[in-house]
Design a binder for this molecule. Structure first.
Ligand code: CA
Length: 438
């Protein structure tokens, strides 16, 4: 587990002056990674680090030969179209690169004149998926979400007995993960109107979003080996935002007995930026299972994990619609939640995923599952907010929503805040629903 060090000093300021106020969420204490190129260009996508409103071009920084040792080795691994090479190097290289970047971007750094030409304004770039994601697993770690959704699908039996013992998950599909997605409303089968009848077929009528975080695996494990709970976080490169779009009517018909399939794999929208676990160290918090709940089994439990295994990450869902964008109305907030409310934490998911000897690989993505909070207003899906489509949501510009309509854009945001420390932003995941291709 990474502890606080000089890169977390709240007094650090950067010679990139836009990093020194809370506007961007990318102060020198953050230094998140993405894959970018100049918008509309034919340049290769390449790794970059955010500092204020700029992106630092990492292959160009490798060419400039400003860094030495493990930091220089880490930069060499960034000569790629994705972050997998850097992810595979491991925690000591990630920390060495973070320390070198922090020193080189700090006010008064001797390297300023060599690094300043390697900055590209974020306003002039476009992003790609930050890693080549070989495997994507989606968990289900909010008890509040699992209970609320369970009530919709199984009113008599909302929470199955395994939930409080096993971090429930399923293997998802990596090919349809992306950043800034626009995708057609999915087509599919829906439950027959009458018991035993022929299923309906057509465009999904109950399209939803899911507010999640994505956990990017850094170093993996050999098949047949397990990652222990206190070693688990050293295998995690960082966290991004994930919208697991969900077709609820397709889901209701197909999900038994083997779980989600076509209701979930038509699109899943990531944020371009990955915030490293090291950047999140100041926002660790106790993992509080609650005295009335079953305590995690020994392989999912440790003194360190209880003490600071959870993360305080504030989350928000916003919407714009075709109508709201015509009048330039501000995005409307649908709900706010926090990662700290989850029933399981990052280390537990890594450890559980490998307990049977399953091998994780650099760039694998673990979704947390919808991060609904304890209050009804903190729900991370529209199915919960509208109580199964029964209670429409009023939008400030006069429209109502039960499920998502064509043209709707969902924006997910995440950030860490605490008194006396700069705001650590994750940027956003933004995706738009297009008309079905019937
Ligand atoms: Ca999900």
């Amino acid at each position: 587990m990474v502890t606080l060090n000089e890169t977390h000093d709240p007094k650090l300021q950067s010679w990139v002056t836009s990093a020194n106020d809370d506007t961007t969420g990318f102060p020198i204490q953050n230094l998140p990674f993405a894959v970018f190129r100049r918008a509309g260009s034919n340049e290769a996508f390449r790794p970059g680090v955010a500092i204020g409103d700029q992106v630092l071009d990492l292959p160009a920084l490798a060419d400039a030969k400003v860094f030495n040792g493990q930091a220089a080795e880490a930069l060499e691994a960034c000569r790629d179209t994705a972050l997998n090479g850097l992810m595979a190097l491991g925690q000591t290289h990630w920390s060495a690169l973070r320390l070198a970047l922090s020193r080189a971007l700090s006010t008064g750094a001797a390297a300023q004149t060599r690094i300043a030409p390697l900055l590209v304004p974020q306003a002039e770039v476009e992003y790609n998926t930050p890693a080549r994601i070989g495997d994507y697993t989606d968990f289900y770690i909010s008890l509040h979400h699992a209970t609320a959704i369970g009530k919709q699908f199984r009113p008599d039996n909302p929470l199955l007995p395994n939930y409080k013992w096993v971090p429930i998950g399923y293997h998802g599909r990596a090919s349809s993960l992306g950043v800034n997605q626009s995708f057609p409303r999915p087509m599919g089968q829906m439950k027959p109107a009458t018991e035993g009848g022929t299923p309906d077929f057509g465009p999904c009528k109950r399209l939803d979003y899911e507010l999640e975080l994505g956990i990017y695996v850094g170093t993996g494990n050999a098949q047949g080996t397990r990652i222990g709970i206190d070693d688990a976080e050293s295998h995690v490169f960082g966290l991004g935002i994930l919208n697991d779009w969900s077709a609820r009517d397709l889901q209701a018909w197909e999900y038994q007995p083997l779980g989600p399939f076509l209701a979930k794999n038509f699109a899943s929208t990531l944020s371009p930026w990955i915030v490293t676990l090291e950047a999140l160290a100041p926002f660790r918090t106790a993992f509080d299972r609650g005295a009335d709940e079953p305590q995690p089994m020994p392989y999912l439990n440790s003194t360190n994990n209880v003490k600071e295994g959870a993360l305080d990450v504030a989350l928000e869902v916003l919407i714009t619609t075709t109508q709201s964008r015509k009048t330039d109305a501000a995005p409307a907030s649908l709900s706010k939640s926090n990662f700290r409310h989850a029933y399981w934490n990052v280390a537990q998911l890594i450890t559980h995923h490998t307990v049977n000897g399953c091998n994780l690989q650099p760039g694998d993505l673990l979704g947390t599952g919808t991060l609904s909070g304890p209050e009804a207003s903190q729900a991370g899906s529209i199915l919960e907010l509208t109580k199964g489509g029964k209670t429409p949501i009023d939008l400030p510009w006069g429209e109502k929503r039960v499920f998502l309509e064509d043209g709707d854009q969902i924006i997910l945001r995440a950030e860490c805040r605490k008194a006396g420390y700069p705001r650590i932003g994750f940027g956003q995941s933004a995706g738009t629903v297009l008309a079905a291709r019937e």
